[in-house]
Design a protein around this ligand. Structure first.
Ligand SMILES: Cc1cc2nc3c(=O)[nH]c(=O)nc-3n(C[C@H](O)[C@H](O)[C@H](O)COP(=O)(O)O)c2cc1C
Length: 274
C-alpha cells in the first residue's frame, strides 16, 4: 500500500496515532489529581512518588514536638499494673463485636488500666526509645490518649490524660462530661452511657516532621491500630466497646482542651460493662 497516494488512509493513520497518544498520556496521569473533591485531593497530595521523596529531602520540615505530653501539676492516679490474662487472641478476634448498650456495673480500675495499656502501654525499648502496644510509623507515636471517666470504681468523674511512661492518669478536669461527650458525638447515647470513653488525639507534627504530608495517612492508620487494641482487650475481658468516628471535631477538641491544629481528636472509643 502506498500511503502517499492515498490521503484518506493517511488521515485515518494520523487519527489513530493521535488517539493512541491521548490514551497513553491520560493513562499515565493520576486521576486523583483533578476532580476537586477534598478526599481525592488528600490521597493525591499525600501520595508517595520518587520525585516527591527526593524533593522532601530538600524541603523544610516542621520542628519535632516533644515525644511525651504531661499535665504538670495535675492530680495523678497511679494505675495498677496491667497483668490481666484473658482470651487467646484468636478467640478475642472471634468474639469482638461493637456494643452500644452497657450494664450499670462500674468498670474496675484494673480494667481501665488494662485498656489504657492495650491502647498505648509501654512494652519494650529499642535504642533508648520506649516502644508501645500499637505499632507506629518510625516509632514516632503521635497519639495521646484521653479518657472521659463516667463510671469507674474509685475514680472521680472527669477527663483524664494517660501518662504512658508512668502508666498513670493525670486529671485534666474534674466533672461530669456524659452529656457533653454525647453532644460532641452527634448525640450517640453510648458515649455518655459508657463507663469510660476514650478519645484518641494526634500531635500532628510528631509524625509530619519526618514524613511530611504522607504522615497524615499514618495518623489515621495508627488510630485504627489503637482502636482495634481497645476492641480486642475489651473482648478479652468480657467488656463491650465501640469505635466512634462520627463526632463534631470542634466541639470534641474544645472539650479536650486541644487547638485542633497542633493536636486534634481523631477517634472516640466507648467502653462499658455488659
Ligand atoms: C472508623 C470507624 C468509625 C465508626 N464510627 C461509628 C460511629 O460513629 N457510631 C457507631 O455506632 N459505630 C461506629 N463504628 C462501629 C461500626 O458501626 C461497626 O464496627 C460495624 O457496624 C461492624 O460491626 P462490628 O464492629 O460489631 O463487627 C465505627 C467503626 C469504625 C471502624
Amino acid at each position: 500500500m502506498n500511503i502517499r497516494r492515498n490521503p484518506g488512509k493517511l488521515l485515518a493513520l494520523a487519527l489513530l496515532l493521535a488517539v493512541t497518544l491521548v490514551l497513553w498520556v491520560s493513562a499515565g496521569q493520576d486521576e486523583t489529581e483533578g476532580d476537586g473533591a477534598i478526599g481525592r485531593k488528600f490521597l493525591y497530595e499525600t501520595s508517595l512518588t520518587w520525585q516527591g521523596a527526593i524533593g522532601d529531602l530538600f524541603s523544610a520540615m516542621p520542628a519535632k514536638p516533644p515525644q511525651f505530653k504531661k499535665y504538670t501539676g495535675a492530680r495523678t492516679v497511679k494505675l495498677p499494673p496491667a497483668e490481666f490474662k484473658g482470651l487467646a487472641v484468636e478467640e478475642a478476634i472471634r468474639r469482638r463485636r461493637s456494643a452500644r448498650k452497657f450494664s450499670d456495673r462500674p468498670l474496675k480500675l484494673e480494667e481501665l488500666s488494662q485498656l489504657l495499656w492495650a491502647a498505648q502501654g509501654v512494652t519494650g525499648e529499642r535504642f533508648r526509645k520506649l516502644l508501645r502496644t500499637a505499632p507506629s510509623a518510625g516509632a514516632l507515636y503521635p497519639f495521646e490518649v484521653y479518657v472521659f471517666v463516667n463510671n469507674v470504681e474509685g475514680l472521680e468523674r472527669g477527663l483524664y490524660h494517660y501518662g504512658v511512661r508512668e502508666h498513670q492518669l493525670e486529671q485534666v478536669k474534674a466533672g461530669d462530661f456524659r452529656a457533653a461527650v454525647t453532644e460532641a458525638g452527634l448525640d450517640q447515647d453510648m458515649l455518655g452511657a459508657a463507663d469510660a470513653t476514650f478519645a484518641l488525639a494526634a500531635v500532628i507534627d510528631r509524625i509530619r516532621f519526618k514524613y511530611g504530608e504522607r504522615g497524615w495517612r499514618y495518623i489515621f492508620m495508627e488510630s485504627g491500630h489503637i482502636s482495634q487494641n481497645i476492641y480486642l482487650q475489651a473482648a478479652s475481658m468480657g467488656l463491650g466497646s465501640v469505635a466512634v468516628g462520627a463526632f463534631l471535631d470542634k466541639k470534641l477538641n474544645e472539650l479536650l482542651g486541644l487547638d485542633g491544629v497542633n493536636e486534634a481528636a481523631i477517634a472516640l472509643h466507648a467502653v462499658g460493662t455488659l
